[in-house]
Structure formats: structure tokens, C-alpha cells
Design a binder for this molecule. Sequence first.
Ligand code: ADP
Ligand code: MG
Length: 401
Amino acid sequence: MTAFKTILPAASDAGAQATTLGVMGGGQLGRMFVHAAQRLGYFTAVLDPDVASPAGLVSHVHVQADYLDEQGLAQMLRRCAAITTEFENVPAGALATLGAHLPTAPGAEAVAVCQDRAKEKRHFLRCGVDCAPHAPVETEGQLAAVDASLLPGILKTARLGYDGKGQVTVRTRDELAAAWDALGRVPCILERRLALAFEISVILARGADGTTVELPVQRNLHRDGVLAVTTVPAPGVDTALAAQAVDAARRIAAGLHYVGVLCVEFFVLDEAAAGARLVANEMAPRPHNSGHYSLDACDVSQFELQVRCMTGLPLVAPRLHAPAVMLNLLGDLWFAADGTERTPAWAGVLALPGAHLHLYGKSSARRGRKMGHLTLTAATPEAALAVARQAAQILGLPAPG
Ligand code: ADP
Ligand code: MG
């Protein structure tokens, strides 16, 4: 891996090349990274095959190429001083190629662990962090040998799953066999379905020198496997549980020699449940949807932390300056009950005090597609929740909390 040195933003065009930060992937996370980098005076380059990618549209440079395209990667190497990624399914090979010449945060090896649920779980256990009981399903033999205690369970593809895609709930062995067929018999993990009290996440930033800072712990509500609501401070999370989650996330990051922003998702089980109360679910080698509130509710956002990690700038612990509730805005909001397209009632939402609307500039709305998010901040957690309820009602979303 190429060594990290401090990269400061330059004041003139002459410095453009030395102070261009590159991001692999042009989705909304890349777009918010670009905004943060530009605010600090850096130039940006985005590699994404889509001509209208949300990040490509706002970056100084958009290298329109596939992630493994040699010329595209060469252009990124020519233009950039350091590289990061905005989604974990960038081929680890592309990051390895870039990492041979430029500082990349995170590195290819860390991303490779996050790309594969089996490797990820092995890593959690190696770091002394509990995860759901599970078994690999990659062969007929493994399918037949699955322990009955893992049912009812969730069969998940080992790779390329996101937002609940590539997952099937199974109650019986017959359903398990059918589900593996339906997933194309690709390598999978069967996890026991746990009774969750609720879900939380820890987002940390780790510098090349091992310095680590975290956002406040988030509490997350998923609907149909997709994040719907994030609440901070996290209700029901006392100091001891928060410290336990942060400590686990730090060990997971340190074990990967991680540099950059990392999110670890956890399940919190009922206190009455036997065994561990805190269970690691999965991790993402990048800023995370559950940290979007930090743009409006913290003095340093998760995207600025990513910029600071890759440029060797100091990491300071972000301070929450307002309790916040974040509502995800999926493409469904763009369709009326009869299926016709519409524009959501933004004016009504923006009339609410403490409403911060972020739209990602996607070219078209589709059901389930992440189109934007709305963060509601207020002086107290109760007031933030109350205004989030009003916003949800205006938009036609289920009530949060
Ligand atoms: P994705 O990569 O799609 O986010 P996750 O593994 O995080 O996949 O699963 C999505 C959601 O499904 C989780 O946030 C949780 O709500 C639910 N879920 C996943 N695994 C389990 C499990 N073993 N027990 C109970 N709920 C689960
Ligand atoms: Mg998840």
C-alpha cells in the first residue's frame, strides 16, 4: 500500500492535480463526499460508468468508465492524489491497482473482507465480536448438513447483496432448498433469524496512524430490509451498550488496519435472550445511510471525516449539536396510489422548522430506489420526533418511532 502523507487543498489551478481527491462510484454517497471535499477546497474526480451519475454530475471531473477499465483507472491515477470508494462492490482488483500507486482509503484487502459475508463474519469472530449463528451454503452437501437450530433463518447471498436484496426468509428445509435455487445456487450464508429488540450502527473514522473517532451511536429502523429511519441520540441505548458497540467497531477496524470511514451494523437482542445482547450484523467500508444525519446535526459530517482520513488531516470527534431523526426518501414517494408520477410535497415539508432536505439528483424515480433523505433537527429528542412525525404525515410515510 502506498504511504499516506498530508494532502492540503491548493489555492490555484496549478495545484489541481496534487489536490484532486478521487472516488470510485458515482451514487449519492459519492455525491455527498464530493460536496464535502469541494467545501474544503479540493478538486474531485469520480469514476462511474453512468453518464448521469449523481456524483459525476457535481464533480470537477467525471471519468465515465467501468470500474475495471484500464484507461479509466489510468486516468484516475493521473489526476488524483488519493482515492476512496463509495460502495463496497467496486471490484477489489480495481482498488488494488490504484493502491499500488496512490494512497487508497480504505485499502483493497479491507474492502474484500466487507464484500463477502462469510469473510466478514470470520473477521468479527476473530476480533472477539459476536455475530448471528450461521453456516455456509455453497454445496449440496452443506445444504443437507445445515443444523436445524438455524431455522427459521435468512438465506443471504455471500456477495453483492444490499438493501435486503439477495435475501430470503426460510422456515423449513424445503424452503431453504427452494430459496437456494431461487438465488441461483450462488455461495450463500444461512443465518438464524434472531428476535431483534432494535438495530444500531457505529460509524467510525480511522486515520493511517490508528487514530479513531466515532459519530454518536445511531438507532436504525428498517422496513423490508431497507433503512427507513435513523434516530440520534439512540433511544434505549445506555452508555454501557454504546461503549460496547463502539469498542467492538474499533476492534473490527483495527483488525483490518482500516483507513477511512467504516460503518458496523449491530442487532440488539432482548435482555431476556440467552447469550450476547449485542451482535454484529454487517459492515460497510464507507460512509453509510445511517450517518447522513451528521451533515445537519453534527459539526463534522461522515463525509468530511472521509476527506480527512484520505488526506491525513486531523480527526476530531464529531459533536452532535442537535437531536435528529432522518427519514429515507425512496422512489415510492414519487408515485400516487393510482401509479401516476408526482412530485412529493416538498414545500409543506420545508415549511417545518428544522427540516433539512437532501435530494440526490437521480434521473428517474423507481420504487425502492434511494432518491434522497430528510433530516429533522430540534432542541430535544421529543421535539425532533414530533416534527419527523409531521413530515412523515405530509409525505405519506408511516409514522417514525
Ligand atoms: P443488507 O446488506 O441488505 O443491508 P442485512 O444483512 O443488513 O443486509 O439485512 C437487512 C436487514 O434485515 C437487517 O437490517 C435486519 O433488519 C434484517 N435481518 C438481517 N439478518 C437478520 C437476522 N439474522 N435476524 C433478524 N433480522 C435480520
Ligand atoms: Mg444492512
